[in-house]
Design a protein around this ligand. Structure first.
Ligand code: UDP
Length: 325
């Protein structure tokens, strides 16, 4: 297939681009490089530099009407804290840019799309694990902007025959490593995520890791999250691409169905790195629910997907990736 990957210079987008190329697809990456890196785009994909508003229509029109088979849409702003400080960046950067992409698709006869949605669309869950029919009550502009895009996709499916799949990511971790080849992993300038921050301590770049609260109603008092290996996540995108059906918007949670606590993650990082990794307990981070675990029932039955890589593999691969940089 001929595919447009938006945000292919970012963490998840670069991993999935590599997997798409490996599966024999032709990939054109569109990325404004605001948070991504040109050298993260796998060799074999063509990089077009620009925003979706600036260049999506032109790229999709290249080769004539309907010359692209599908779009995988990763380009987004994804910092929850920043979204609360500067919501306009998220409404405009996520929803506004995505609408420009959808209209460019409509105009060029490209109707298949796989979209990176998020568990943040659910907000604070009433029940765990979270099923796709759970209420969507995002607690921050990041989650709201992603939910608005999901809504637009449902509408474009109904009105214009789009075949769309939204994958609601839980906690993505790990890296894609190929022996003797290129590696793709997490390289955020502003790093808020747990595993990369813990590994910074093991690398000597930070004194200690801060545990954001240990008074939650969980077995060890720290938050439980559903971690998924980025390679498993990528596999789900390839399955979703095949599952896009005209005039249909499908939503799947992308998580394993089980959770690990912050303490368990830090312990795993200690085991993998052999570093003592000092941890200090700090206050809760505002907006963090105690438990966020996906029901992965729907994606298992609907797409035939299941996670193959455990927390140890995520930490080991992330550790190998950062050491190689
Ligand atoms: N966390 C932490 N210390 C950190 C970063 C994160 O204790 O330096 C906790 C955070 O409160 C949450 C979990 O680790 O309970 C995962 O956070 P992350 O930011 O990786 O992902 P999120 O669940 O917010 O999407």
């Amino acid at each position: 297939m001929k595919l447009l990957v938006t945000g292919g210079a970012g963490y998840v987008g670069s991993v999935v681009t590599a997997q798409l190329l490996e599966a024999g697809h032709e990939v054109i990456v569109l990325d404004d490089l605001s948070t991504g890196h040109a050298d993260a785009v796998p060799a074999g994909a063509r990089l077009v530099h620009g925003t979706l508003r600036e260049r999506a229509a032109e790229v999709l029109a290249d080769g004539g009407e309907g010359s692209f088979d599908a779009v995988l849409h990763f380009a987004a702003k994804s910092l929850v804290g920043e979204s609360v400080q500067k919501p306009w960046l998220y409404w405009d950067g996520n929803l506004g840019e995505s609408l420009a992409l959808l209209d460019a698709m409509r105009e060029t006869g490209t109707s298949r799309i796989v979209f990176s949605s998020t568990a943040a669309t659910y907000g604070e869950p009433e029940e765990t694990p979270i099923v796709e029919t759970a209420p969507t009550r995002p607690t921050n502009p990041y989650g709201m902007s992603k939910l608005a895009i999901d809504t637009a996709l449902a509408e474009y499916a109904r009105l214009f025959g789009f075949g769309a799949v939204s994958l609601r990511y839980f906690n993505v971790a790990g890296a894609r490593l190929v022996e003797g080849g290129e590696a793709q992993g997490e390289r955020h300038a502003v790093e808020t995520h747990l595993i990369p921050n813990v590994l910074k301590v093991a690398r000597g770049e930070k004194e200690s890791v801060s545990v954001f609260g240990e008074d939650y109603p969980t077995p060890d008092g720290t938050c439980l999250r559903d971690y998924i290996h980025v390679v498993d996540l990528g596999v789900a995108h390839l399955l979703a691409l095949d599952a896009c059906a005209p005039s249909t918007h499908q939503i799947f949670n992308l998580g394993s169905g089980s959770g690990y606590s912050v303490r368990e993650v830090i312990d795993m990082c200690r085991e993998v790195t052999g570093h003592p990794i000092p941890a200090e307990v700090g206050p809760r981070r505002p907006g963090d629910p105690a438990v966020l675990v996906a029901s992965s029932e729907k994606i298992r039955t609907g797409l035939g997907w299941k996670p193959e890589r455990d927390l140890r593999a995520m930490v080991t691969d992330a550790w190998t990736f950062v050491q190689g940089r």
